[in-house]
Design a protein around this ligand. Structure first.
Ligand code: ADP
Ligand code: MG
Length: 260
């Protein structure tokens, strides 16, 4: 049975008590003959902030894309709220309305206003009435400090503002978790702080997040758990401060000394 012709919706039934929000179990990903993820296991509880660091090409983006099944793992399982979403009977469009993802490139629609970028999915995907969508979009723009830019188009906004709109757009769906893939990497250094401040605020509000980042200060301060990846494996993980102050592996030490 293909994913397209299955009639199952998701979620169905109660979440098992004590289930982590996300569980990755023995995830492997091959692109052709290239083995990119080599057995990844991660549990993420509600309200936690998982930070993923590692060299370019180590598989961080692929890992993030496996969490919301934009990439299908070659083997292994992704459990979301206690259900195996690698099961072909799961409706991934439904699953994805519960997970937000924010990319390095903001991916805003250039001819829509900030407000219009946010109301679009609320109206089209959640079938929310227009007035209610606008109200929620305004609340989320307020949340990221951009209520006054509601009617600006992306071209009239700075990179930092565009990224904050992209974050507001993800928040407006009221997802169970938000995935961030190097969301400050394309920004002018002086615009990075305003985006990190928004993410820090979300973390303090209890938003569950997975954050791939090169911002080691943020990782240390905001992360509740840190994973260091190299060549498709988790080399080391733990409480961020412990890993930064006392890395157990030579590869982690080498990476940290190259970025700190
Ligand atoms: P990171 O985000 O840590 O820089 P990625 O997950 O983007 O790493 O990439 C890990 C490896 O997988 C790289 O060698 C990359 O070239 C390869 N890769 C990623 N996506 C694809 C794809 N769609 N097809 C083939 N190879 C890919
Ligand atoms: Mg990447």
């Amino acid at each position: 049975m293909s994913r397209e012709d299955n009639a199952h919706t998701w979620p169905a039934g109660p979440v098992p008590a004590g289930a982590p929000l996300i569980r990755l179990e023995a995830i492997h990903k091959w692109f052709g003959s290239v083995h990119v993820l080599k057995g990844i296991d991660i549990d993420l509880a509600y309200g936690h902030v998982l930070v993923v660091i590692g060299t370019s090409g180590s598989g961080k983006s692929t890992l993030l894309r496996c969490i919301d099944m934009l990439e299908e793992p070659t083997s292994g399982h992704v459990w979301f709220k206690g259900r195996d979403i690698t099961d072909v009977r799961v409706n991934l469009n439904e699953v994805r309305t519960h997970m937000g993802i924010v990319f390095q490139a903001f991916n805003l629609f250039p001819h829509k206003t900030a407000l219009g970028n946010i109301t679009l999915a609320l109206e089209k995907v959640l079938h929310m009435p227009r007035d209610q969508a606008r109200e929620r979009a305004m609340a989320e723009l307020e949340h990221v400090g951009l209520a006054q830019k509601a009617l600006s188009q992306p071209g009239q906004l700075s990179g930092g503002e565009q990224q904050r709109v992209a974050i507001a757009r993800a928040l407006a769906m009221r997802p169970d978790l938000i995935l961030f893939d190097e969301v400050t990497s394309a920004l002018d250094p002086k615009l990075v702080a305003e985006v990190l401040a928004v993410m820090k605020r979300l973390a303090s509000e209890g938003t569950t997040m997975v954050v791939v980042t090169h911002e080691m200060g943020f990782a240390r301060e905001v992360g509740t758990h840190l994973v260091f990846m190299d060549e498709g494996v988790i080399v080391e993980q733990g409480e961020p401060k412990a890993v930064f102050d006392n890395p157990a592996h030579e590869r982690t030490r080498r990476f940290l000394s190259s970025v700190l």
